[in-house]
Design a protein around this ligand. Structure first.
Ligand code: HPA
Length: 273
């Protein structure tokens, strides 16, 4: 496998053959939230299959394409369908899209995901502003030779989620009438959901929500000094807290139900960025 920067540049060449659009915000849409990409002022969309060397998402309900365009006056690139570690990709593949969107010009990374709530007042359907994450239980995407062109060998992680972006999201949530929760997101590899004992462990570690994406994307973006923000949509209560077994269809159905409000919030927040 070649150098990371060569892979990123190869993908960028494919994008640049289609468009010279320069996004400011990169938005990754989580499970069931993909419709937002259909509501923007689209300039161009690019299927992942059109990008040489780009990993393809295999999850049902995840489309695989970039949509580039405007939300109000903010130029955005939206990832409709992300790449997950549990699909069998290397962490380098998992974070390649984030690196590519940065190479396109994005300075801000806006992460969204569906996550299991760990109790403590969190309910199904809640939105949680991510204030920090626990990512050290999955392989770090920066393992291996450092790509100095992207960032430093030992990046500081003391303030990954940007305070001013959090403020913008909080004020947008008030405007659209959403009572936003706040908390720490913990990433596990999946694809199996957690056992009740594992969920008790996550709670002891200080997490509010658990999922299978996002923290590694934030690590790669932080490495490149992007400004980062994120929202978890609490699609279910985690194992042992919920009385019913978990299933992906339930996660998707819950996401569809909250989608209109969530989309309104994300659009308003991005318009202010
Ligand atoms: N656990 C892990 N990932 C998830 C969950 C969950 O309960 N819900 C949505 N993504």
């Amino acid at each position: 496998m070649g150098k990371i920067i060569d892979r990123v540049n190869q993908c960028l060449d494919c994008v640049r053959r289609k468009t010279d659009f320069i996004p400011r915000v990169a938005l990754i849409l989580g499970s069931g939230l993909g419709d937002l990409a259909e509501q923007i002022d689209t300039v161009c969309s690019i299927d992942y299959s059109e990008i040489e060397g780009f990993p393809q998402s295999t999850v049902v309900g995840h489309k695989g394409r970039f949509v580039l365009g405007y939300i109000e006056n903010t130029p955005v690139v939206i990832m409709q369908g992300r790449v997950h570690y549990y699909e069998g990709y290397s962490m380098e593949d998992v974070v390649l899209p984030v690196r590519l969107m940065h190479a396109m010009g994005a300075e801000i990374l806006f992460l969204t995901n569906a996550a299991g709530g760990l109790g403590n007042g969190f309910q199904c359907g809640d939105l949680m502003l991510i204030t920090d994450h626990i990512g050290c239980l999955v392989p770090n995407p920066l393992l291996g030779e450092n790509e100095d062109a992207l960032g430093t060998r030992f990046p500081d992680m003391s303030s990954v989620y940007d305070k001013s972006l959090q403020g913008i999201i909080q004020s947008a949530s008030k405007e659209v009438g959403i009572q936003m929760k706040e908390g720490v997101y913990l990433q596990l590899t999946g694809p199996s959901y957690e056992t009740p004992a594992e969920i008790r462990m996550c709670k002891v570690l200080g997490a509010s929500a658990v999922g299978m994406s996002t923290a590694v994307e934030a690590i790669a973006a932080n490495h490149m000094k992007m400004k980062i923000c994120g929202i978890s949509f609490i699609s279910n209560l985690a194992a042992g807290i919920s009385e019913t077994p978990l299933c992906h269809e339930e996660v998707k159905a819950a996401a569809d139900a909250v989608a209109p409000k969530f989309q309104a919030l994300v659009k308003l927040a991005i318009a202010k960025m």
